[in-house]
Design a protein around this ligand. Structure first.
Ligand code: DP6
Length: 362
């Protein structure tokens, strides 16, 4: 597969206007994407659990226009016009226009909302960009004949387009475990789009829970894009990228056998390695907060005292994703309520779990 595969044939159908809508989830990486080349080509492979409840719902209305000079679109979040969202979408349209040649022929109204609070510090770029990519794919599907767009091609191209919006967004199209980035450990893996994890997964990981503790809902001091770029000339970058491949080799037997202790060690190490890369960048930065560390220490103590299979992971922020098997939900949620909620801003946390990917809304 190359980029060329995603350039469509001339559109056979003529459509004046229409409406499409999708809901698309967020995802949480187990092996982290941190470091990229141009156009979100990742420096290393990553793998994530697709989430279920944290999602973006996007409706795109489109109207044929006469000129093809500019992209024309308006963006609304929760019904309010968001002019500050426009530059990101303008850049996205520029990046994908070769693959979606209809973009200049229509005026778009993009209406979007998230199921999680906007000020939660949860990145909405994965769910938001994947939802938009899926809407655009639905429009393209309508412009082509059904036989020209198989479901496999549809998902692959949606993931390819989402990646051009935000790297991790390419892992939000399908569920429940998605790999992105070429590695010899995973047959069919690609830098261009995410694929479903193709090997056996033990029942221990079915319905895996992710409770997101909202430690800091503020704007991040350093964006992911800036952080990724600091991996260029980073003193540990080469080893880190190598380690991600090696962690795939370790993760395969863990997912197959259901070895939760080994899973915990790998996932927590990945989270702390991600933040170690931030701390050893130049300029260096720290996204964890004191409360993030308090939570991590409490989780470790609880695990030691009770033998629980609770673990944590982090994305590029201070919030903590608490991961655990479904059959331990009762004990872990009691522990969260009794001991961890005090570290959450306004006591807020979100209960989510592994999900099956985006859904079209009719
Ligand atoms: C730490 O996908 O947000 O969450 O490609 O620049 O949009 P861009 O970055 P983004 O980076 C996410 C990084 C991460 C790890 C991960 O999700 O794999």
């Amino acid at each position: 597969m190359t980029e060329q595969n995603f350039i469509p044939k001339p559109y056979g159908k003529h459509i004046e206007s229409g409406v499409v809508a999708w809901e698309s989830p967020s995802n949480i990486a187990l092996i982290k994407y941190w470091g990229k080349k141009k156009d979100q080509i990742p420096e290393n492979p990553s793998i994530s659990f697709t989430l279920n409840s944290c999602k973006t719902i996007t409706k795109v209305s489109f109207f044929k226009k006469n000129d093809v000079v500019n992209f024309e679109f308006d963006v609304f979040l929760d019904g309010k016009k968001k002019v500050d969202f426009k530059p990101k979408i303008q850049t996205f349209f520029e990046r994908v226009e070769d693959y979606l040649p209809f973009l200049r022929n229509y005026k778009f109204k993009i209406e979007t909302e998230n199921t999680f609070p906007h000020s939660s510090g949860i990145a909405s770029s994965a769910s938001g960009m994947s939802a938009l990519a899926l809407c655009l794919m639905s429009i393209e599907r309508d412009l082509l004949t059904p036989l020209e767009v198989t479901d496999e091609y549809f998902n692959q191209k949606a993931s390819f387009l989402a990646r051009l919006g935000s790297g991790s967004a390419c892992r939000s199209i399908e569920g429940d475990i998605i790999v992105w980035g070429e590695t010899k450990q995973i047959e069919g893996s690609s830098d261009l789009f995410g694929i479903k994890y193709p090997y056996k997964v033990h029942d221990n990981f079915k319905d895996y829970q992710d409770t997101i503790l909202l430690v800091d809902k503020g704007e991040k001091q350093v964006s992911s894009t800036v952080g990724h770029n600091l991996m260029h000339n980073h003193p540990y970058a080469k080893n880190r990228f190598q380690q991600a491949h090696e962690n795939f080799e370790k993760l395969k037997p863990i997912l197959e056998s259901g070895d939760l202790k080994a899973f915990i060690a790998l996932v927590e190490s990945e989270a702390l390695t991600l933040h170690a890369m931030m701390m050893t960048s130049m300029p260096y930065f720290i996204l964890m907060k004191p409360k993030t560390l308090e939570i991590i220490n409490k989780i470790w103590k609880f695990r030691q005292d009770t033998g629980s299979n609770i673990s944590f992971t982090l994305d590029a922020g201070a919030n903590v994703h608490v991961l655990y098997p479904k059959n331990e939900s009762f004990e872990v949620l009691e522990f969260i309520k009794n001991e961890l909620v005090v570290y959450c801003q306004n006591g807020h946390y979100i209960c989510d779990q592994i999900g099956m990917g985006a859904k079209k809304i009719n």
